[in-house]
Design a binder for this molecule. Structure first.
Ligand SMILES: [Zn+2]
Length: 221
């Protein structure tokens, strides 16, 4: 399964389905943010990064779709087509690379959600569901309120990041190393608990059926 910036999990083009909400400005915004993200991806690949799975886990979200997305912000930049959730490798390599190479984000005018709000949550969900993780990297072309290049998307994220570091987690670590850390730590030390509550739209997955924010298996802003 793969769907692009303008489609949802049903692979229907939202520009048609939500035509009354779609405007040329949204098209321009979406084209712009995709160009910026593609430019950062080129820098990542040029630096030897592992090729990414194709496409976006979530792109433009019409308001009704956003409202139905787990943990999506009310004023999400997905609504204005100024954000994209680029699919990442299971180890979250693209997100970690962007975090270490903020110059690339600055150069291309992008801001990213801290991996605590994307990668780590995707890992927890995958662990609970016993499947291969399908993280994403949220990048947007407008600054968040804090103007931080890498920002925490909600108040829970800094706490989760603190717990991750306290348990021995490190920036750039892979899913298996993170899993091993969990096995060593006390049960729930890295915050496995919260991700286990089934959310609307959640479904069991398999390695061939990637989960995305919009299927309710991730949490997005
Ligand atoms: Zn997003």
């Amino acid at each position: 399964m793969r769907y692009d910036y303008w489609s949802g999990p049903d692979e229907q083009d939202r520009r048609e389905r939500y035509a009354e909400e779609f405007t040329p400005e949204l098209q321009a915004n979406g084209d712009d943010v995709q160009r910026r993200i593609a430019a950062v991806e080129v820098a990542y690949l040029a630096a030897g990064g592992t090729p990414l799975p194709e496409g976006y886990a979530s792109g433009w979200r019409p308001r009704a779709v956003n409202d139905a997305t787990a943990n999506a912000g009310r004023a999400s930049t997905h609504i204005t087509a100024q954000a994209g959730d680029r699919r990442d490798t299971p180890d979250g390599e693209f997100a970690w690379w962007c975090m270490r190479n903020r110059w690339a984000l600055e150069q291309h005018g992008l801001w990213m959600e801290h991996p605590a709000g994307t990668t780590l949550r995707a890992w927890r969900t995958a662990k609970v569901q016993g499947r291969v993780p399908t993280p994403w990297c949220h990048l947007q072309s407008v600054p968040p309120g804090s103007h931080n290049r890498v920002y925490f998307p909600d108040t829970r994220a800094p706490t989760e990041w603190g717990a991750f570091l306290a348990a021995g987690g490190q920036e750039g670590m892979g899913y298996d190393a993170w899993g091993a850390l969990q096995a060593i730590g006390a049960s729930g030390a890295v915050g496995v608990g919260n991700a286990s509550t089934p959310r609307r739209g959640a479904r069991g997955g398999s390695p061939t059926r990637p989960a995305t924010p919009e299927q309710g298996e991730g949490e997005e802003t």
